[in-house]
Design a binder for this molecule. Sequence first.
Ligand code: SAM
Length: 280
Amino acid sequence: MSAEKYDPIKYKITTMQNWNLVARDYHDDWASKEIGPFKATAELVKAASVNPSDAVLDVACGTGAVSAVASQRLHPSSRLVGIDLSDVALSIAIRFVPRGQFAQMDAEHIGLFCKFDRIFCQYALMFFPDPQKVLITLGNLMKKNGVLAISVHGSADQVPYFSTIMTPVLTHIPDIRPSGAPNVHRFGKPGDLETTISEAGFSEISITKFTFEYKAGTFEDYWSDYLITTAASIRTRIVSNPKKLTNIKSEAEDRARNFLDENEMIVFPWAVLIATARYD
Ligand SMILES: C[S@@+](CC[C@H](N)C(=O)[O-])C[C@H]1O[C@@H](n2cnc3c(N)ncnc32)[C@H](O)[C@@H]1O
């Protein structure tokens, strides 16, 4: 059976439905805690050198992780705006960062008319069907001397949290995702990230790689968390064939053994790239 053809509109609708479904767990278990890749939130805000009077835009803000950290650096009268596709994520952000202004918007069709000194985009650039279009729009929303700060996940071998389960899933269910659909590791190589940002007209691009640790617990903890959050949109397909499910789980467990610590708990390295750039 060949994979369904990738359709950017269908993909965006699925993205919105999926984030509406997982936003609560994503916020409580990941984004609101300084764990694994979310240790990058503070680094991202630091890299952008936010000033108290800055106007800040958080693109694909999700439940407000970056907005929350940025708001600590801002004067109460400074503008802080977050946009995201998911209304459930935004409803959490509104409560998490009460001084922010949040609106449901597609990053590929941002309807804002004010300009910003700092624009953030954490763990989302890879999900946009047309990242160039988003980056060009962000350039046009930038004030003179403004800074764009982006974080993305590293390549598959450097973020085994994803690949430990996803590699066996793709072996047994190769058509699980539409062929050509955006991939979480799409900008995992610094050169690819730099080219994409530069082609959108940005300069003074600086990319720093961080490697954090993520303590996933026992294999059962990791497996159930992964299926509930990260794989929520494909879980039905993964669990629908008991024989394939058994094989996927046992191959993932074999792979996870490479990351056991002395207490037999899984500790994954997690590479994150943080890019800053200017648009003058
Ligand atoms: C991994 S989450 C990151 C959320 C937040 N930046 C954080 O660091 O926790 C990815 C977010 O991108 C949003 N997203 C995906 N595609 C989008 C689009 N086209 N426009 C706006 N938001 C989008 C999702 O709804 C989701 O909240």
